[in-house]
Write a protein that binds this ligand. Structure first.
Ligand code: ATP
Length: 228
């Protein structure tokens, strides 16, 4: 899934980006930052500061109201509509509300990105159980999401986001439902992925994580971004 342009320059670039919902006020204003290829950043800010909105811009679920967003070297606003799904497939997302498919087992949820990418069933049987075991779900491979706890669902969601080794991983409060020990283990997974070249951004309120790991912080406050 690795793409040559992901190894160069910035994977994400925002120039004076603003977001508003409907006719409401701008909840993000003049946000400018870049994520160099292979970087790891935390995104912090109080509840309602706009972290999820910023991530949504990056996985193309939300349009900016002004400013320029360049993703994998492509200006989103001037890209053709048919070009966007290919960009989106290069982004792994851990959603705050998980968004698992309830009728599929943990295994099949995690296998989804591999199936979409055309992986063989052999590879799926080889890699998916290993990853689910690594995140502590060896006993729940065949469980469906409604039978899992919040923390277990979160780990399935994380496994699904990382299994295809995306060029960019965006995680929205990925440790909100697990204890500190599991949180550090999940962060280790993100670090391993980052070492393989994935650019990572983790939005979190967890100050313990932010202070224990040596990554720069982008902080949202009053609709503006500053470096921590
Ligand atoms: N779909 C929407 N329609 C209208 N307003 C929205 C919508 N989504 C978010 N907002 C508003 O935008 C602001 C930022 O919300 P957002 O979810 O991005 O913040 P956040 O920093 O991720 O918060 P949290 O940490 O609580 O998840 C909030 O004031 C929120 O009410």
């Amino acid at each position: 899934m690795r793409h040559p342009t992901a190894d160069r320059a910035n994977v994400v670039q925002f120039d004076n980006v603003a977001v508003r919902y409907g006719y409401g006020p701008e909840i993000l204003q003049d946000v400018s930052f870049s994520l160099p290829a292979g970087s790891f950043h935390f995104l912090t800010g109080s509840s309602g500061a706009g972290k999820s909105s910023l991530l949504r811009l990056m996985y193309l679920a939300q349009r900016q109201s002004r400013g320029r967003i360049v993703l994998f070297g492509r200006d989103i606003a001037t890209s053709r509509r048919y070009e966007l799904p290919a960009l989106r497939r290069r982004v792994g997302v851990v959603f705050q509300d998980f968004r698992l498919l309830d009728h599929l087992s943990a295994m099949d949820n995690v296998a989804l990105p591999l199936r979409v990418a055309g992986a063989s069933e052999n590879d799926i049987r080889k890699f998916v159980p290993d990853l689910l075991t690594w995140v502590g779900l060896a006993d729940h491979l065949h469980a469906k999401p409604p039978t899992l706890s919040g923390g277990q669902k979160q780990r399935v969601a994380i496994a699904r986001a990382v299994i295809g080794r995306p060029d960019l991983l965006l995680a929205d409060e990925p440790t909100g439902n697990v204890d500190d020990h599991i949180a550090m283990r999940l962060m280790y997974l993100f670090e391993e992925l980052n070492k393989l070249g994935t650019t990572v951004m983790v939005a979190t309120h967890n100050e313990n994580l932010v202070s224990r790991l040596p990554y720069p912080q982008l902080h949202l406050e009053n609709g503006q971004m500053r470096r921590g």
